[in-house]
Design a protein. Structure first.
Length: 266
């Protein structure tokens, strides 16, 4: 089936994980997609800034896209977890966003434990989460990223923490952002608004997160491209996981992938 649309991760794919600046060639790829009128969507697991603020940041870096060509977990949060008392974990800006959206921070008797990216988790926090979950609270992750990278080092992502908590308590969990079916379904809806005939089989998902992004996209029927410009530095690092996903493309970065796509489309 011909490729008709693109979903493109942001961190590690379009901007680097150290200084959050454009990866070489990424501005040109987005500009080319816009110029040619190709349907595309930036799909990020950003929760550190409000959606509008992060869109503005990306545009300030030079990325050319419309509001309808962007999706993050905060934009679909209420569909997975309506406002309620939550024991929430993440950056201070993330906690402020939750408060502004009507979620009450409650760590004694929450209805849900909501996990986002946070640099300094400690055992006391894990204990508080476990007690809440054993007391009946729901476990929800803002996304299911396998790893996250900061200042050149890699740390367990939200997905790893969700699995740890699930293993410790026996409870299941929900996911707001990638790679949840709900998030990708909304992403497909937005792509179809640009080009009505698009189906998952005609979409390529491009990301640096093999398990946290590409596995879910593959399960939805999309084609997948792994870039080695972010949290994965080499094929050898993820050799055991490659069999789960088997991406159609493995490239150094999004520019190399786009050149490969163009050669195949020519």
């Amino acid at each position: 089936m011909p490729i008709k649309g693109f979903m493109i991760d942001v961190q590690g794919t379009l901007i680097d994980d150290i200084d959050k600046k454009p990866i070489a060639g990424s501005l040109e790829v987005i500009a080319s997609l816009r110029k040619r009128g190709f349907p595309f969507l930036l799909v990020t697991n950003n929760t550190k800034m409000e959606s509008m603020e992060f869109r503005s940041y990306l545009r300030g870096l030079g990325f050319d896209f419309t509001d309808d060509q962007y999706l993050d977990p905060l934009m679909v949060l209420e569909e997975t977890l309506p406002p309620c008392p939550v024991a929430a974990y993440g950056t201070e800006p993330f906690l402020r966003v939750l408060h502004q959206r009507g979620y009450r921070l409650e760590y004694e008797s929450p209805e849900a434990v909501l996990v986002g990216i946070k640099e300094d988790f400690c055992n006391d926090e894990f204990s508080t989460m476990i007690e809440a979950l054993l007391g009946g609270a729901k476990l929800v992750g803002m996304h299911e990223t396998s790893l996250y990278s900061k200042n050149g080092r890699r740390y367990p992502g939200v997905g790893a923490l969700l699995k740890m908590l699930s293993f410790a308590t026996g409870c299941g969990y929900g996911v707001v952002g990638k790679p949840s079916t709900g998030f990708y379904s909304e992403a497909m809806r937005r792509l179809k608004a640009q080009e009505g005939s698009i189906e998952p089989e005609s979409v390529v998902m491009i990301s640096d997160d093999l398990v946290g992004d590409l596995k879910g996209a593959k399960e939805m029927g999309m084609r997948t491209a792994l870039v080695l410009s972010g949290k994965v530095a080499s094929v050898e690092e993820v050799e055991g996981q490659l069999k789960q996903v088997e991406p159609e493309w493995i490239c150094a970065d999004v520019r190399e992938w786009f050149k490969s796509y163009e050669r195949g489309a020519a």
